[in-house]
Design a protein around this ligand. Structure first.
Ligand code: NI
Length: 150
């Protein structure tokens, strides 16, 4: 049997998969906003936009549920560097996970806010542990993850 990488199988499947019609109830304001956004993006029809939105949602949340296996991506962290000891703590945590962190980019956003983009590659459970440790620190305002399974 020829083994193709998972990511390729997935994109092929997305193209060939049979489609199913569903009916969804939405608040009218949300639908209006959705239509406005997709119109500006140049979508010709709602179905394609909904498919893309669902796909994005699935890939964004799925990594959190996968117990193990290789993953890669970026953790984006927004924090207040004036919270005492936070910067040192975040650095310490990252040193503990040096085996899965390829690089970190630090951006001084405002007087107080710092943005860090942490590139990660490693086992799902390790990435999740790192993400949880970072986001639970006082002074960390947002942690967003963009992770794909390999
Ligand atoms: Ni900074």
């Amino acid at each position: 049997m020829i083994k193709t990488p998972k990511i390729k199988q997935w994109s092929l499947m997305a193209k060939k998969e049979r489609v199913v019609r569903i009916s969804v109830t939405l608040p009218s304001d949300l639908l209006r906003e959705f239509d406005e956004v997709i119109r500006k993006m140049g979508y010709g029809n709602r179905s394609k936009a909904v498919q893309d939105a669902v796909r994005l949602f699935v890939s964004e949340r799925k990594w959190l549920q996968e117990g193990s296996g290789p993953q890669a991506g970026v953790l984006m962290l927004l924090y207040d560097h004036e919270v005492r000891g936070l910067e040192d703590t975040l650095t310490d945590v990252q040193h503990n996970y040096a085996h899965i962190i390829s690089s970190t980019m630090h951006i001084h956003l405002t007087e107080r806010d710092c943005l860090e983009a942490i590139a990660v590659k490693g086992d799902a459970s390790e990435i999740r542990k790192l993400s949880d440790e970072l986001s639970s620190k006082r002074g960390v305002k947002i942690l967003k993850a963009m992770i794909v399974s390999l």
